[in-house]
Design a protein around this ligand. Structure first.
Ligand code: 5CA
Ligand code: ZN
Length: 409
C-alpha cells in the first residue's frame, strides 16, 4: 500500500538527545540505543470508520519518537500495518450494506488525509493484512509443524503454553488475561481449545466471507496478532527498537505477538521496548468505534479547525496519560496556536537556543510534550511582554516547533 506524503523537516542548530522511554514489559524507563537506523513498528488502524482523536493521539506519540530519532541524525525505519480484513470490518460492511474492501479503502484513504493534515511522518512501509497473507501462511505452517499451533475444526490456534515467556509483556495474571481476551477479539469460551487464551492464527473460510489460499492450511483468513508479527519480521526483523500502539493493545495483541515471534525464532523480546499510549475518552468513556462516542479528525477539519490546533491539543497531554477530549481542550489549543503565531511573526525576539535545548530535553525524557509546550509558552510570553533583540530567533523557534512537534506556525 502507499502511505502518505511526508512534510518537510526543517534543519535545527545543535544536536538532539537519545530517547529514554517507558517500556511496558519491564515497567521502567529505558534508554534506547538504536544504532544508525532506528526500527519501529506501530500498529495501524482497522479501517471501518474514520480516524478519531484517540487514534490521532496514539499516532502523535509515535510521530514524536520518530522526530526525536531524526533529530539525533539517525534514519528511521518505520513500519505500520492496516488491518484491512478482520471481524469488525466485515460486521460494519454488512451492517451498512457495503463491500468490505471498498469500506477499507475509503477509510484508509481518509486516514492518510488526516495523517497528512496533522503532519504525521509516514511509515517507510505501509502494509495491509491482505497483501501480507502470502507471508503469513508459511509462518502459521511453521508454528504448526513446530508443535506451537494446533487445529480445531479447520481453524488453527496458537498454543500459549508453547512459549516460556508468555505473560512477560503485559505482566497480567490469568484472570485478567481471560477477561481482556473476551473483550478484545479472543474466544476464551470456545470448547476444544487447549488453553482458553489461545488466539487464532488462521480462520478457515466461513460461508459468505472473503477467504484466501492458505496452502496446507486450506482457504481462510489470518488471525490478528500473526498479521503484525509477519509484517514486522518481514520488514524489520527480530529485536527492533519499539513496538507501539495504544494501551488497549498490551493484551492480548502485543503479548500474543511477542509469543508468536518467540515460537518462530526462539528469541525474546521481539521489540526492545513496548511503548503504549494512554486512552482518550469522551463523556467519561474510552473513545471507541464500537461505542460510537467519537470526535473525528476529518469532521473537525471540515468544520474549519486548523489541523495545527488539533495537533497542539494532542501534544498538550502526556502520551501515557489517559485523558478526556472536551471543547475546552480544543479551544485552549486554538488560543495557544494564536499566541505562538503572533510571537514568531516578528523578525527578532528572545534567544532561541535555550528553548530548543529545553524542547529536546523534554521530548527525550519519555516524550514529555507538555513540558516542551510549557517552555514555548514561556518564550512566547517573554516575546509578548518585552520582546527581544536576537535577530532570527523567531525563525529558529518556528523551525524547532515544526521539526520536533510537527506543528507548522
Ligand atoms: N488494527 C489494530 C492494530 S494492529 C487496531 O487496534 N486498530 S484500531 O483502529 O482499533 O486502533 C488503532 C490504534 O489506535 C491502536 O494503536 C489503538 O490502540 C489506538 N486507539 C484506539 N482507540 C484509542 C483511544 N480511545 N485512545 C487512544 N488510542 C486509541
Ligand atoms: Zn497490530
Amino acid at each position: 500500500m502507499h502511505a502518505w506524503p511526508a512534510s518537510e523537516i526543517p534543519a535545527l542548530p545543535g544536536q538532539g538527545r537519545d530517547l529514554r522511554i517507558h517500556d511496558t514489559a519491564t515497567g521502567a524507563l529505558v534508554t534506547l540505543d538504536p544504532g544508525p537506523v532506528a526500527r519501529i513498528y506501530v500498529c495501524g488502524i482497522t479501517p471501518y470508520d474514520a480516524t478519531h482523536m484517540g487514534h490521532a493521539a496514539t499516532y502523535n506519540a509515535f510521530d514524536l519518537v520518530q522526530r526525536v530519532w531524526l533529530d539525533t541524525q539517525r534514519q528511521v525505519h518505520y513500519v505500520q500495518n492496516v488491518t484491512d480484513i478482520d471481524d469488525p470490518l466485515l460486521e460494519r460492511a454488512q451492517r451498512d450494506g457495503l463491500d468490505w474492501s471498498a469500506l477499507a479503502e475509503k477509510e484508509t484513504a481518509l486516514f492518510r488525509e488526516d495523517m497528512t493534515a496533522l503532519r504525521m511522518l509516514p511509515p517507510r512501509h505501509y502494509i495491509g493484512a491482505v497483501e501480507a497473507i502470502p507471508g503469513i501462511v508459511p509462518l502459521v505452517e511453521r508454528l504448526r509443524d513446530a508443535g506451537a499451533a494446533y487445529e480445531l475444526e479447520g481453524d488453527v490456534y496458537f498454543s500459549v503454553e508453547s512459549d516460556p515467556n508468555f505473560g512477560k509483556v503485559s505482566g497480567l495474571d490469568a484472570t485478567a488475561m481471560r477477561l481482556l481476551s473476551a473483550e478484545r477479539g479472543g474466544d476464551p469460551d470456545r470448547p476444544g481449545k487447549k488453553n482458553p487464551l489461545d488466539p487464532m492464527l488462521w480462520m478457515a473460510a466461513r460461508e459468505g466471507e472473503p477467504s484466501w489460499d492458505g496452502a496446507s492450511l486450506g482457504r481462510g483468513r489470518p488471525g490478528w496478532h500473526i498479521e503484525c508479527v509477519a509484517i514486522a519480521l518481514d520488514h524489520l526483523g527480530m529485536g527492533f527498537d519499539v513496538q507501539g500502539g495504544g494501551s488497549d493493545l498490551v493484551f492480548p495483541h502485543h503479548e500474543m505477538g511477542a509469543s508468536h515471534a518467540q515460537a518462530l525464532t526462539g528469541e525474546f523480546p521481539m521489540a526492545k521496548a513496548y511503548v503504549h499510549a494512554g486512552m482518550v475518552a469522551l463523556d467519561g468513556e474510552k473513545m471507541s468505534k464500537s461505542k460510537g462516542n467519537l470526535v473525528f479528525v476529518s469532521k473537525l477539519r471540515h468544520d474549519g479547525v486548523d489541523p495545527a490546533a488539533i495537533r497542539l491539543a494532542l501534544l498538550a497531554h502526556h502520551y501515557r496519560a489517559d485523558w478526556e477530549w472536551t471543547d475546552q481542550v480544543l479551544q485552549d489549543a486554538v488560543d495557544r496556536l494564536g499566541r505562538w503565531r503572533a510571537a514568531v511573526s516578528r523578525p527578532d525576539g528572545p534567544p532561541a537556543e535555550a528553548l530548543v535545548e529545553e524542547m529536546r530535553q523534554a521530548l527525550a525524557a519519555d516524550l514529555d510534550s507538555p513540558a516542551a509546550l510549557a517552555a514555548i509558552d514561556r518564550w512566547a510570553a517573554l516575546q509578548d511582554e518585552r520582546g527581544g533583540t536576537d535577530e532570527g530567533a523567531p525563525g529558529v523557534v518556528s523551525r524547532a516547533v515544526d521539526a520536533l512537534l510537527g506543528v507548522a506556525l
